[in-house]
Structures are given as C-alpha cells and as structure tokens.
Design a protein around this ligand. Structure first.
Ligand SMILES: Cc1cc2nc3c(=O)[nH]c(=O)nc-3n(C[C@H](O)[C@H](O)[C@H](O)COP(=O)(O)OP(=O)(O)OC[C@H]3O[C@@H](n4cnc5c(N)ncnc54)[C@H](O)[C@@H]3O)c2cc1C
Length: 372
C-alpha cells in the first residue's frame, strides 16, 4: 500500500535519498521534503565562499528543484515539532504534515544566547547562507573604513572563517585587516599540537590575533565582553561557537543523547520510534558518539536511503558502520590548507588543492542530478 515518506531537512545525509527520490515515487509512495530554503549549502566550501573563492551557486544543491522534478513535494518551511503518536510533523507556520516514515537531517545551530540587543553586524557561521550576508557587509564596511573583525570560538570553523575573512578583506585592497579570534582558552584544543601549531602559524603570520585569555560572556553590536570583565570594541562579529543539534527532538520529547540530538540505534533509527530515522549533526549515535562533521553525514547517506526504503517496503534494515579515521583538511584562506589523516599532517598549497578537488567533485556529483 502506498505510504508517505517525509524528509525533514535536505542536508548532507539526505543527498543519496534525494538523488533516488524517483524510486520511492515509482514504487507508489508519496514523498514530501520540508526545508527552510529551496537550496542546501555545502558547509565544506562555506568559508571559501565567504572569501569569494567560490560563488554561492558553486556550493549549493537545488533541493526543491530536484525533489519536484522527481515527483516529490517540497514545502518551504521549518519543522518545529513531531508527534510520534499521531505521526504528524508540525511546521513553524502551524501547518501539519502526516507521515508513515520520517527521516530527520536538520543539522545543528550555533547558540546565540550570548548576544545582547538587536545583534546587528553579528553573524553565526551556520546556516552557511548567513556567510553571504556577512560577506556583503564586510565589503560595504571596508569600502569606507579600516575594519576590525572578531571571531568568537576557538575551533576549526573559527580558524577557517578568520583565514577567509583575511582573504576577503585583502582582496578589497585593505592589506592589514585587524582580525581577532576569541578562543576562550586554548585555540583548537581538541586537536593534536602538530595540527594546532600549523593552523596557528598560518593565521599569526598574516597578523591574525588569537586571544586565549578567557571566555566571552556577552556580545552586542560593536562590543565583546569577556568573563574577566575585559571589553573589546569591534566592527563585525562572527559566532563560531560549538554547534548544538536542532531543538526539535527535546521539544517533541523524543529520546535524545546528552547533547539533545535524536538518539538513534545502529540502523540510524530512533530508539523509541521505528518509523523515525535521522542522520548528520542532528543525531546522537547511541553506539558511539560521532563528531559533528560532514564526513559522518556523508557516510550515513547510503544507509539512510536503504533504511527509509526498507521501512516503507517492510524489508531488512542495514547497520551503519561509522568507519575509521577521517580526512580533515582546513581551508586557511590563502590558497593553503592543513591536512590530517591517520597521523599524517601537512600544510601548504597541495593540502588546499586536495580539499578543493574533493569538495568540487562532491558538489559536481550532486549538482549533476539537477541537470538530468
Ligand atoms: C564554517 C563551517 C565549515 C565546515 N567545514 C567542514 C568540512 O570541511 N568538513 C566537514 O566534514 N565538516 C565541516 N563542517 C561541519 C559540517 O558543517 C556539519 O557537520 C554538516 O553540515 C552536517 O551536515 P547536516 O546535513 O547534518 O547539517 P546541515 O548542513 O546543517 O544541514 C541541515 C539542513 O536542514 C535544514 N533545516 C534546519 N532546520 C530545519 C527545520 N527545522 N526544518 C526543516 N529543515 C531544517 C537546513 O536548512 C539544512 O539544509 C563545517 C562547519 C562549519 C560551520
């Protein structure tokens, strides 16, 4: 009997399911995809887009178009809650969407609770499309004054944003931009010294300051305050603090992991509701907590596709194996990168070329579906 598959969020973990959407339709199922935008932006190329190395069109996937041309329905909107008893998804608009099988790929967000006031000229690094607004504002400010840009957070996204803001500002003709990273305590503390040092050297040699003497307690337009009470003036702020999974699951009282992500078993299936699946940053993988990196979302793709189909067709589910160590390459913004894999670490132009090649290949593979 025909059933209704609902995909909430067209993120990195749903790419293969989206590419094969016609197969669900051919089997007589109805498919609805819910997302806040007709496009999904690939985060791996986000910092490069900020620097104008890539255009927004280079790094986005036309989700709505791909869904509709394969016979699915796309609802532009945000899911805010799900009721597993009545099998209903609730949207911000008040609209409801019933489902038989549901899969979440709603990602994560940067908490904004340290912002006081209206937050003008404060940009979070997610969603990635926010970086387009940040880029426009930086170009506007640089055109009439020397600017100071501050990045709150001391992890990889902070490092990449700093390096790429430097590139953007320099390309506007301003050669000595003031860029400060407020990393709380130790910059890139999750990473081994070899990686951290290469990244820090790359930034510092361009004059980017890394301040490690205390966490930021509050920010407002033009001002940063540390827990120590010390204040800093600035022109524009990026929030690159650690991300949190979407709040939908807590709100819906679904079982979650300690971070609030949807608790899923080895089948990427809710531990309480067999007709609910999920992938990417929004899940908490029960067997082994996973880093919030796109690599896992990408690895989950074939399993999510298989398992939502299996759930509709009542066939066997497949287990997800997170796999071993993954390749990490940081885009430093000056056509160099820092690469790390299985204990091998190197920096320079070759590292960025490898990242650029892999990222373009990934985008190209999925953008081809738009043209078919
Ligand atoms: C600046 C930056 C650079 C990064 N670079 C890398 C990198 O090089 N390599 C790497 O492995 N990882 C990288 N990461 C981490 C990576 O972004 C995440 O791990 C990855 O985005 C997770 O993919 P996802 O599909 O789960 O979430 P997302 O990419 O956040 O996608 C979620 C999707 O769901 C939609 N959505 C959100 N809320 C709702 C809702 N309520 N209802 C419906 N739809 C919704 C969003 O619009 C979006 O399309 C980077 C992160 C940042 C911030």
């Amino acid at each position: 009997m025909a059933k209704h598959l609902v995909l909430v969020g067209g993120g990195h973990a749903h790419m293969v399911t989206l590419a094969n959407l016609h197969k669900f339709v051919e089997k007589g199922h109805k498919v609805t995809v819910i997302g806040p935008s007709p496009y999904h932006y690939y985060s791996g190329m986000g910092p490069g887009m900020l620097a104008k190395v890539y255009a927004p069109e280079d790094i986005r996937f036309a989700t709505k178009h791909v869904v509709e041309k394969q016979g699915g329905a796309f609802i532009i909107g945000k899911a805010v809650q799900v009721d597993p008893k009545t099998k209903t998804v609730f949207l911000e608009t008040g609209e409801t969407v019933p489902y038989d099988v549901l899969s979440f790929n709603v990602g994560s967000y940067v908490p904004k609770n340290i912002i006081q006031g209206d937050g003008i000229d404060i940009f979070s690094v997610k969603p990635i499309e926010t970086l387009i607004d940040a880029q426009n504002r930086i170009i506007q400010l640089v055109s009439h004054k020397k600017i100071k840009v501050s990045i709150i957070g001391g992890g990889p996204s902070s490092a990449e944003i700093a390096g790429n803001v430097w590139r953007l500002v320099c390309d506007q003709g301003e050669n000595n931009p003031v860029i400060q990273i407020f990393s709380g305590e130790k910059f890139m503390s999750r990473f081994p010294d070899r990686i951290r040092n290469k990244i820090a050297v790359s930034l510092k040699k361009r004059g980017i300051e890394i301040l490690e003497q205390g966490y930021v307690s509050e920010i407002e337009t033009g001002r940063i305050k540390l827990e120590t009470g010390q204040c800093y003036d600035t022109d524009l702020i990026f929030l690159a603090l650690g991300v949190k999974p979407s709040p939908i699951f807590n709100k819906s009282r679904l079982p979650t992991g300690p971070d609030g992500g949807l608790l899923v078993n080895q089948y990427l299936q809710s531990t309480a509701h067999p007709d609910i699946f999920g992938g990417g940053d929004c899940i908490y993988f029960k067997d082994q907590p996973l880093d919030k990196v796109g690599v896992y979302a990408v690895r989950e793709n074939p399993i999510l596709y298989h398992n939502v189909m299996a759930s509709l067709e009542k066939t066997a589910l497949q287990s997800f194996d997170p796999g071993g160590d993954y390749l990490l390459i940081f885009n430093m913004g000056d056509n160099t990168g820092v690469l790390s894999k299985k204990g091998v670490v190197f920096g320079g132009r070759r590292a960025f070329k490898i990242k650029d090649y892999i990222d373009r290949k990934f985008m190209n593979k999925f953008q081809q579906i738009e043209k078919k």
